[in-house]
Design a protein around this ligand. Structure first.
Ligand SMILES: Nc1ncnc2c1ncn2[C@@H]1O[C@H](COP(=O)(O)OP(=O)(O)OP(=O)(O)O)[C@@H](O)[C@H]1O
Ligand SMILES: [Mg+2]
Length: 281
């Protein structure tokens, strides 16, 4: 593919107008099939600037496939992906990153034998004249990024080895790296699944700092309580389809979301869950 080929088609994105948040990404009727199985079967979804969207769904619902479509790991079988209002063409992992989307895939995120600073700059080191690495500037920048996301540990410096950090702090390093890579949308795949309550709280602190800085997070989780606590809006997938899209303000408790999900897994004929009334996509 030629380097000059623009990642997005069209010349002008529609201006959302004053007070309307920028639509960072939008999926329109996106499908992805493997053989004759539709893992994603016609999804409409968007993430606006400055929001945390929680993506929920049972095993096999299509969550990972959906985030791989957003990350450009898979191309859609059909449907459109729009970035900042413009349809993308030849979508792939490089273009997704160029568009300011970073995905933190669980476990594959970091080099644990390396320092925080090496992890943040990995592959994108700052180099001066003659190719010398600007080590001091990298350390300062790493320190600034860690503070920006609310990393307050007095024990660790940018030169600490990532293997010494707790699980929540490691997620923080991955998030800091995404911000260094100029991500506007950070996709977190089950970031709190293996973490204790204290560590989960740390991740939440990072996520809130990222959102308050005007970026967006797509948060994939199994633990509905975690997703309920952190997200501003929920999207529930079932067998490749969106069965609920709802603002947190309209969901009084995590239990309501849990009972909705139970109803999806074990539907009772003729019963309509309160959340499904008027809010289902
Ligand atoms: N590369 C692939 N080839 C064939 N089938 C696949 C592939 N990736 C996913 N699938 C199928 O697509 C469906 C959705 O899978 P996906 O991994 O997206 O679900 P998930 O919601 O992430 O589940 P989990 O919660 O278990 O991670 C499943 O039936 C799965 O077997
Ligand atoms: Mg998955």
């Amino acid at each position: 593919m030629p380097a000059s080929d623009p990642p997005v088609s069209g010349s002008l994105a529609p201006d959302p107008g004053p007070g309307v948040p920028e639509r960072l990404i939008e999926l329109r009727d996106v499908r992805k099939s493997f053989g004759n199985v539709f893992a994603v079967a016609g999804v409409n979804l968007h993430v606006d600037r400055g929001e945390v969207v929680g993506l929920l769904g049972d095993n096999g619902a299509g969550k990972s496939t959906l985030i791989k479509l957003i990350a450009g790991v898979h191309a859609p079988t059909s449907g459109d992906i729009l970035v900042r209002g413009r349809a993308v063409r030849n979508w792939n992992a490089g273009r997704s990153r160029e568009a300011g989307i970073e995905t933190v895939f669980q476990d594959r995120a970091l080099c644990v034998q390396q320092s925080i600073v090496r992890n943040i700059f990995m592959g994108r080191e700052l180099a001066g004249p003659f190719g010398f690495l600007k080590v001091r500037r990298q350390v300062e920048e790493a320190d600034r990024l860690m503070r920006e996301i609310g990393f307050t540990s007095k024990v660790f410096s940018p030169q600490s080895i990532v293997g010494q950090l707790s699980g929540g702090e490691r997620q923080g390093v991955a998030i800091a790296r995404a911000i260094y890579n100029k991500a506007d949308l950070i996709v977190l795949d089950e970031p709190t699944t293996a973490l204790s309550l204290t560590e989960t709280e740390k991740v939440f602190r990072f996520v809130r700092a990222v959102r308050d800085g005007g970026r967006s997070i797509l948060f994939i989780g199994h633990n509905i309580h975690h997703v309920y606590d952190i997200a501003d809006r929920f999207v529930v997938l079932d067998r490749g389809r969106v069965v609920l899209q709802v603002e947190k303000a309209k969901v009084a408790s995590a239990e309501l979301l849990i009972s909705f999900m139970e109803g999806v897994a074990h539907p009772v004929a003729g019963e309509l869950h309160p959340l499904a009334m008027g809010t289902a996509a």
